[in-house]
Design a protein around this ligand. Sequence first.
Ligand code: FA5
Length: 331
Amino acid sequence: MGDLATIEAEAVQAVDLASDTAALRELEIKYLGKNGLVTGLMKGIGALPPEERPAFGAKVNEAKARLQTHIDDKATTLKSAERLVQFREEAVDITLPGRPPRIGQEHILNQTVRKIKRVLGSLGFVYAEGPELEQFKYNFDELNYPPDHPAMDAQDTFYVTDDLILRTQGTALQGRIYETVKPPLRYFTVARTFRNEAVDRTHGHTFHQVDCFMVDEGISMAHLKGTLGAFASAMFGDEAKVRFRPDFFPFVEPGVDYAVSTPKLFGGRWVELGGAGMIHPNILERHGIDTERFTGFAFGLGVERIPMMAHGVDDLRHFMDNDLRFLEQFP
Ligand code: FA5
């Protein structure tokens, strides 16, 4: 009997001192487990005189129950203390300064396109878009290319079907506009264009073109030159000059290629930007436009040429490579 009281007292003290739930669990096993000390006392019951056995059994069971309650209470206390520690460890310090989000910047080609849109828009041209996957007829037939004309060879083409191609020039927009708008009209587009090129520093398979045209009464090469001059000054500065040289495109007559020069860039050397000319009367007549009354000009140029010229970039492949070391130079 003395044993039971001693063991219980010792167990209560040990439980009181237990510092965490793991230690408490060990004590529970030590005293109340199947081979525990309190449980073990029951084994001695057979040595007692029969009349003492029930009372002894009851005492041991009461002690077990008390001890169990004591352990459970302690477990509750320990668990809430442990949870508090865990909360503290996992807590986020909301007073720390945040990590600044990485803010991107506009791609140099998009910056250029935005400027082009502003400049041509302010000259009264309306922005419009055609599809990248274009019908052969808009890209070539409608632009006065006779069937199998060698001029098409200059724009080696990605065919999707016989009638559907990846457009090779922004000029493909013209026929679409004539179908819906009657002159006087002024339109431009910025088009992603594709050619099956031998890729090099100045030729990509995927590039961008501005294409711009107007049809009105009395339009002449003078208007073309004036418009390109205004465009060049806005893009490259007031001192920019434009030069025309004869060139051939089936959709213009006469046709020119044009170059820009400004003293600040490339020592004033001429840099070719694109092609231009007076819209071929065949195209206007095809769309029922009276060519006695209306004439028009058109010009097209490579978008990449502009930042190449403005920033001295010598390889247009950089623009589509997405190398941040290159792109971050144009904030
Ligand atoms: C044309 O594409 C005509 N549509 C331009 C035009 C429009 C002429 C209206 C007359 C009237 P061209 O093939 O030369 O022309 O291309 C025009 C410009 O696009 C070139 O001067 C060049 O700046 C750019 N370009 C052409 N091919 C590539 C290429 N593979 N990679 C990058 N830029 C290119």
